[in-house]
Design a protein around this ligand. Sequence first.
Ligand code: AMP
Length: 134
Amino acid sequence: MATIFTKIAKGEIPSYKVAENDDYYAFLDINPLAAGHTLVIPKHVEDDYIFHLEEDVYLGLCAFARKVAVAIKAAVPCKRVGVAVLGMEVPHVHIHLVPLSSESDLDFRKEKLAMTADEFAAIAASIQKEYEKL
Ligand code: AMP
């Protein structure tokens, strides 16, 4: 059975898309640590552990995440974009990209940000706009 993230990448479940190419997809985390918190996934591989990926898929995912992070940094006021890989919840490889103003912004135990649908849509659009410039 397809994972929830495969369904998101196929458009079968809605998401706030920020970037996409043939093999990878980026969308906003629905329970963000900070505004602009983004997840980056491989579209066609459903393994649940990033270090199980074939090297070319892994390197492609990292290259795509780098580009998305550059777009996030341009679109969202922050000091830098932090990177985390957990995979404790969703069994489909994903990289978290989190705009950081301080170290505590990458603390997954902290209370998540409440954002409206309009706020999610606006931030996704501004990251997407920056991504398209790259
Ligand atoms: P983890 O597997 O521990 O890296 O956590 C999974 C992440 O996916 C969490 O931060 C969730 O908020 C996020 N998440 C789960 N379902 C969705 C969804 N449908 N859309 C966006 N983000 C999601």
